[in-house]
Ligand binder design. Structure first.
Ligand SMILES: Cc1cc2nc3c(=O)[nH]c(=O)nc-3n(C[C@H](O)[C@H](O)[C@H](O)COP(=O)(O)OP(=O)(O)OC[C@H]3O[C@@H](n4cnc5c(N)ncnc54)[C@H](O)[C@@H]3O)c2cc1C
Length: 384
């Protein structure tokens, strides 16, 4: 069993309180995603806006009961489970370094990190991470967005799809191709204010707070010093950088799914007091399944914190199990309220819709099953 340390328990207690406070606006945020701008002064939003900014770039880091939090995997899954249980959409709507931060920390030069984190430390700033393209989601290696040299300028052309927060972001990471082949992909740090950058929201069934968008780039000029990992060999930047960043963040997405399942389970316990013996047994069984997935998610987070070679397949196993858990549990909990459940219990209906989004975020189950198979066949993970 992987239990939380005292420090992590402090974080969990605060995250639970913040997430529950923010969740009062869960249904309003779905209807009006811009509402997030009015919630920025709440402690949970202030924490998320700064979470994982390295201390050297932040003069005023947030501390809790004397502890500071650098953004490690176990810290991330602890927060994500609490926000998932209250409102995953709220967490995904928050400003902060998020996925881009992981890539900037891994690939960015000192100057790029100062530029990126300096801005984020100054005021709540949204970021985005643009990898997926229309018709090329799971097969990211087939991307067609290009970065070309035009005299001493770099020009970005192409399109991305399902990019969270791009409509409200100031800055983010975009993947593009400089030449054919897997080593021909690079990542750049781009401002959304550049002419030729157009983001359009896509209506979604769940996780609406995240405001996923279509993004188009028409000859967007990228300053040459915004190329990430220019000091690294081609094999250590670009797509490999994306894979490593996603491996590091995936336990967090898994924890959001775990949280959604827990939130739906807690909802039944709070709203259906007179349970039959059969229903009690059913709920207890769901609780055990949730605990099993929690342990897998924590194992993946620990592997990520230790840079373990098995972290990729473990993160895939955790994400795949958690996405399935979220779907199964949310659908199952509807049965506790009869045929009108989705109309009469809008929050439960929201859990069901949000769970479906977890399946797609950061890769679908089928793709993660392939990663797990590869880990088992290469021996980076073993069956227990
Ligand atoms: C809420 C949300 C937020 C997101 N945020 C971002 C973001 O910030 N940045 C970003 O870049 N992307 C983001 N995405 C996009 C996400 O990463 C993609 O949706 C995901 O990679 C799947 O791609 P796709 O939607 O094109 O589906 P497809 O790749 O078209 O897959 C469709 C189906 O085919 C199956 N399939 C595909 N290939 C194979 C294969 N080889 N073997 C077996 N089955 C296969 C899949 O499992 C799936 O069931 C987000 C998505 C969601 C839902």
């Amino acid at each position: 069993m992987i239990e939380l340390t005292e420090r992590q328990s402090v974080l969990r207690a605060h995250a639970r309180e913040w997430a529950q406070e923010l969740a009062k606006w869960a249904l309003d945020l779905e209807r009006t995603p811009d509402l997030v701008h009015e919630l920025l002064d709440l402690p949970g939003m202030r924490f998320l806006a700064k979470f994982s900014i390295p201390e050297e770039y932040d003069d005023d880091p947030i501390t809790l009961d004397g502890h500071s939090f650098g953004g490690g995997g176990m810290e991330r899954v602890t927060i994500c489970e609490e926000f998932g249980a209250a409102d995953a959409g709220m967490m995904l709507a928050a400003p902060g370094p998020s996925m881009s931060g992981v890539l900037v920390s891994r690939l960015g030069s000192q100057a790029q990190q100062e530029l990126f984190y300096g801005r984020l430390a100054e005021r709540p700033t949204w970021t985005f991470f643009a990898l997926t393209e229309p018709e090329r989601g799971s097969d990211a290696g087939a991307m067609q967005t290009t970065l070309t040299q035009d005299g001493d300028r770099l020009l970005l052309n192409g399109a991305k799809r399902f990019i969270g927060n791009a409509i409200r972001a100031d800055v983010g990471v975009i993947f593009a191709r400089v030449r054919p082949g897997p080593l021909g992909v690079v990542a750049v740090l781009a401002d959304t204010g550049h002419p030729g950058f157009v983001a359009t929201p896509i209506p979604t069934v769940g996780l609406r707070g995240n405001q996923v968008t279509d993004v188009r780039f028409s000859s967007v000029e990228i300053p040459a010093d915004r190329l990430l990992g220019a000091h690294l060999s081609p094999s250590r930047r670009g797509l490999l950088g994306a894979v490593r960043a996603l491996n590091q963040l995936r336990p967090g997405v898994a924890a959001l799914g775990l949280g959604i399942a827990r939130g739906a389970h807690d909802y039944v316990r709070a709203h259906r007091r007179a349970l039959t013996a059969w229903e009690r047994a059913e709920l207890d069984g769901i609780g055990l399944r949730i605990e099993g997935v929690r342990q897998l998610v924590r194992r993946a987070a620990v592997a990520s914190d230790q840079d373990d070679p098995g972290m990729g397949p473990l993160a895939s196993a955790a994400k795949s199990r958690a996405a399935r858990l979220a779907e199964d549990v949310t659908l199952r909990t509807l049965d506790f309220f009869g045929p009108g459940a989705r109309l009469e219990h809008p929050l439960l209906d929201k859990y069901v819709r949000d769970a479906r989004g977890i399946e797609y975020m950061e890769g679908t189950r089928n793709i993660h099953h392939l990663n797990v198979f590869q880990g088992l066949s290469q021996g980076t993970i073993v069956r227990r």
